[in-house]
Design a protein around this ligand. Structure first.
Ligand code: PRX
Length: 660
């Protein structure tokens, strides 16, 4: 860890505007510190107070945190609630019935508003429809859907009946979908005929069919299909049903299924450094509290706000900041079907102007690609649009480079909107380290300070705190309500991955390297410490991509590393050894194309290697370990200055340096 050195010495500081501070939900540094002090004094009492104030409990909890089976912590365990009730019914009771819950904007620009009353009706109807297929509390339901009102309805309907959903990003391949259906033991898949992105229709139902023919989905009995485009969808009698037909005639009332606070609301698969994806399991009570509090704290949400999180519901950001958080606080939000570059790269700015978006939350990879587009076509420069409705900007998914931060701050935020650079993970449920818009002076590239009650720290391999100014491993020393509860079906892996014995078995290891500023104590994230890539804000395990490559009949061995990329953050570079002799010239190019398509099919287009290099072998230590350190240097096109004397076969490096 001592080798993690920070090269960034950012000096610029941007204080939040006074007007925003004055009316903020947490107003000023003293208010933030008072909350931190309250949590410090009485950790459990602090969360209990917030859970009582912010969640509607069907049966109040008497227990707060149970640490007796650490690290399988539980929160509010004997309390009962329903997450969908909290997101919908509560809004009907508190005067938000006619308020717009969602403004859906389709790929082609058509927009459809839905009020809380309508959303409640649609969720109830679909919840009843699911029940009519025998789907019940505790069942797992896979959702493989486009960005749509129906996608949110599907998630909320599962929550309403106590079924645990597992949303699979609709860009994943049939094979990845198949593995997730099997691992979750899903009884149903909810999908669409097709999805529209950038003017093109892409099949979804066909992918589901292919996933199911791969076999092993033994528990599955139902496929519900939302008709989005009217495109091809073969319906298998008995198994497949149209969403509109199944919902027709269903009652608009559906008594929520009251579940214990620890009942699994969802499983979301995410990449780890080894083996298959991990099914991150979240709770109902603690998770909902986390989604609610972070909407209030980090986004400073107000009744008049128009909130827009551009993430997909297939990722955790789309769970917490589309499907649950905004609804739990009664906000109006945008749900967008399309892509940022269609019909042109001014789409986001145009939508902010048209819908008068006040809080805009996106990923650095999107910002970087829009910078590129805007710098070459001034007609779509953000300053060409009326972005005066914006008051807060957010960033998530990967470190934001200070220059991209500055561009975002100046050209999108008009130098008046704080940027909340939110550090969190699928596992943390919601933001854990982030500036608060009415509190924290921001430093470009830093996610600044932990939220109240979050005991974030940086430690060395032995678990000792490192001094500020020194890099180390980011940990969180006390459980918080939004923390994942386990890995679905694999509690051992949960313990080993996140609560390693070397660190005492009770503190949460995030898997990121970080450093704190000497003066301010601000956190800056330095990237993953395991073999996980971050491509366009999506976590990809190198191991999974390697396994996919090796599954190709031509391939003997493969090693995958990341290379820094201006737009996507990291790009996938694969070093491949074929079973036959090393290909060169046109043939090598052809095989590389085939392998890229192969990975797209095995995992999904996001995992496609940008660059493939062929060698007779891979650089290995004498004990046979692939030297990824060297491969990373080669991938960047840099000269190897490291010691290669331990290498079994140094000549191989020359081959691997040659790009196609
Ligand atoms: O490496 C960190 C990076 O994204 C990882 C979490 O990925 P995932 O579980 O897919 O969740 C993404 C959305 C929360 C982290 O371990 N990451 C996320 N946000 C930031 C970040 N790195 C730096 N700064 C951030 N704001």
């Amino acid at each position: 860890m001592a080798s993690i050195e920070s090269v960034m010495h950012e000096q610029r500081v941007f204080a939040p505007p006074q007007a925003l501070v004055e009316q903020a939900n947490i107003s000023g540094m003293a208010a933030y510190q008072a909350l931190c002090a309250e949590a410090e004094r009485d950790h459990e009492g602090f969360w209990a107070r917030l859970a009582r104030e912010n969640v509607a409990w069907h049966r109040p909890f008497t227990k707060v945190l149970d640490q007796s089976n650490a690290p399988f912590y539980t929160w509010f365990e004997d309390g009962q609630l329903n997450v969908s009730y909290n997101c919908l019914d509560r809004n009907l009771q508190n005067g938000n019935a006619e308020k717009t819950a969602i403004i859906f904007e389709a790929d082609d620009g058509t927009s459809t508003p839905v009020t809380y009353r309508e959303l409640h009706q649609r969720v109830c109807r679909f919840a009843n429809a699911l029940k009519s297929r025998g789907i019940k509390k505790g069942d797992r339901v896979v959702i493989y859907m486009p960005m749509s009102i129906e996608g949110v309805v599907a998630m909320q309907a599962c929550a309403r009946i106590g079924a645990t959903h597992s949303v699979v990003f609709a860009g994943f391949s049939a094979k990845s979908l198949n593995e997730r259906i099997i691992d979750a033991g899903a009884v149903a898949v909810i999908t669409a005929d097709e999805q529209m992105r950038g003017g093109r229709a892409l099949p979804l139902k066909n992918v589901v069919d292919e996933a199911l023919t791969l076999g092993g989905c033994d528990a599955l009995h139902t496929v519900v299909v939302y008709r989005r485009t009217g495109g091809p969808a073969t319906m298998q009698a008995g198994r497949d049903v149209w969403m509109h037909e199944l919902s027709a005639g269903q009652s608009e009332q559906c008594e929520p299924e009251w579940v214990g606070a620890e009942h699994p609301l969802f499983i979301l698969y995410t990449s780890g450094s080894t083996g298959k994806p991990k099914g991150v399991q979240h709770s109902s009570g603690g998770y909902l509290l986390w989604a609610t509090l972070t909407m209030q704290w980090t986004f400073d949400i107000k009744p008049s706000d128009v909130f827009w999180c551009t993430a997909d519901i297939g990722w955790v950001t789309g769970h917490t900041y589309i499907a649950y958080g905004p609804l739990a606080v009664g906000a109006t939000q945008i749900v967008f079907e399309g892509v940022p570059t269609y019909p042109n790269a001014g789409r986001f700015w145009d939508m902010i102007a048209r819908h008068k978006v006040s809080i805009f939350y996106t990923a650095p990879t999107a910002i970087r690609s829009l910078i590129k587009a805007a710098e070459s076509d001034k007609s779509i420069y953000p300053t060409q649009y009326d972005l005066s409705s914006l008051r807060i900007l957010g960033s998530v998914g990967e470190p934001i480079n200070p220059e991209a931060w500055m561009w975002y701050y100046k050209n999108v935020g008009g130098e008046r909107c704080p940027i909340v650079d939110t550090w969190w993970q699928t596992e943390t449920g919601g933001h854990v380290i982030a500036p608060l818009p009415g509190v924290t002076p921001q430093v470009p590239g830093s996610c600044t300070l932990p939220l109240p009650g979050v005991a974030a720290a940086i430690v060395d391999e032995t678990g000792q705190d490192v001094p500020n100014g020194q890099g180390g491993m980011l940990v969180i020393k006390r459980p918080w309500p939004g923390l994942l509860r386990t890995i679905w079906g694999d509690p051992e892996r949960f313990k080993n991955s996140y609560f390693p014995a070397e660190l005492g078995g009770k503190i949460y290891l995030a898997g990121d390297g970080a450093i704190r500023d000497r003066q301010t104590g601000y956190f800056t994230i330095m990237g993953r410490i395991d073999d996980v890539l971050n491509v366009s804000g999506h976590r990809l395990g190198t191991m999974e991509i390697e396994s996919a490559l090796v599954a190709n009949p031509l391939v003997a061995e493969a090693a995958v590393v990341g290379r820094p990329d201006d737009t996507t953050g990291e790009a996938v570079v694969a070093f491949v050894v074929l079973k036959r002799t090393r290909p060169i010239g046109e043939e090598a190019k052809q095989i590389a194309t085939d392998l890229r398509n192969w990975v797209a099919k095995e995992i999904g287009p996001i995992a496609k290697p940008r660059d493939i290099r062929f060698g007779e072998n891979l650089p290995k230590t004498r004990s046979g370990k692939i030297m990824r350190r060297l491969l990373r240097v080669i991938a960047k096109g840099e000269e190897i200055t490291q010691d290669t004397s331990t290498l079994e076969n140094p000549a191989i490096l020359e081959q691997l340096k040659q790009s196609l």
